[in-house]
Design a protein around this ligand. Structure first.
Ligand code: IPE
Ligand code: IPE
Ligand code: MG
Ligand code: MG
Ligand code: MG
Length: 290
């Protein structure tokens, strides 16, 4: 965790709390819990994806071993639960606990869908969106729902925050898929092209399957799926194909549309500086390079 990271989820907890009229500082503990939960998912995700690097450091399972990484994740989730408010601490402790648990379960189920996606006979965008909704957007949604509850939001306000966070989350994962190939490795802190090595069904792969007409492109895509990944040498080849088929631009556009949709749902919230921050946060994300 000392590796940093963007800390998007705890910031969302605190801003969401402020946006409904609460005091953001009072949400620091559950915000920390969400960040620890997120870091737990990363430690286990890096085992599943066999990723060598995260936040510019060797991943836990490469520096130590898989058993250590599994246990590290397990301990982290325990610590995270300990930071949630108890009934004596907050009138919405039950809602906060439920949102946290739902986030945890959804991420794990989303990770199963992620692993199964390239076994599907008919790879399609609907299954992809369901998968990223669960593995990524659900945690951003949990962050905003927890923040809202810490600030004693009304039901309508929780609904607005939920919608904002979910669309934000979808955009965030599409950008993550894009950055996996286009980012600068030192800034991203992860190995460029890891999704190609893993044979992941990303937004780019789905759109390329939709658009590919030539024999060569189709063959390349089916080997990626069939062999569950390609060697390092294919990273520039895949990038060239994605670029030529226009899927890199399409990913950027789709993320930007989803972020507009996210911001639209905030109109229900009272006008204040935190609502503006939520809009700004979504806007700054479109331009992210890491
Ligand atoms: C990485 O999340 C995992 C995804 C859901 C895409 P982040 O990109 O928020 O990772 P950190 O916390 O900034 O390292
Ligand atoms: C992240 O998906 C989802 C979770 C960690 C739950 P990725 O596998 O794309 O995340 P990165 O790219 O390794 O950060
Ligand atoms: Mg993964
Ligand atoms: Mg990964
Ligand atoms: Mg990724």
């Amino acid at each position: 965790m000392s590796g940093g990271g963007k800390r998007i989820r705890p910031v969302l907890v605190m801003i969401a709390c402020g946006a409904v009229g609460g005091e953001p500082e009072k949400a620091v503990k559950p915000a920390t819990a969400i960040e620890i939960l997120h870091n737990f998912t990363l430690v286990h995700d890096d085992i599943m994806d066999e990723s060598p690097m995260r936040r510019n450091k060797p991943t836990v399972h490469t520096k130590w071993d898989e058993a250590t990484a599994i246990l590290t994740g397990d301990v982290m989730i325990g610590h995270a639960f300990n930071l949630l408010p108890k009934p004596v601490d907050h009138p919405r402790s039950g809602e906060v606990f439920d949102a946290f648990t739902k986030g945890l379960i959804d991420v794990c189920e989303g990770q199963v869908l992620d692993m199964n996606l390239n076994k599907a006979n008919n790879i399609n965008i609907i299954d992809y969106v369901q998968m990223i909704g669960m593995k990524t957007a659900s945690l951003l949604e949990a962050a905003c729902v927890i923040g809202g509850n810490m600030g004693l939001a009304t039901e309508d306000q929780i609904g607005a925050l939920r919608c904002y966070a979910f669309n934000f989350g979808l955009a965030f994962q599409i950008q993550d898929d894009l950055l996996d190939l286009t980012a600068d490795q030192a800034k991203l802190g992860k190995k460029i092209g890891q999704d190609i090595i893993d044979g992941k069904i990303t937004y780019l792969v789905i759109k390329a399957i939709e658009r590919a007409k030539s024999e060569g492109d189709r063959e390349l895509l089916s080997s990626l799926v069939k062999f569950k990944g390609l060697s390092d040498d294919f990273i520039p080849v895949m990038r060239e194909m994605f670029e030529r088929l226009g899927v890199l631009d399409e990913a950027e556009k789709e993320a930007s549309n989803l972020l507009d949709k996210a911001c639209d749902s905030l109109k229900v919230l009272p006008e204040n500086e935190y609502r503006e921050m939520l809009v700004w946060f979504a806007g700054s994300l479109v331009k992210r390079k890491y």
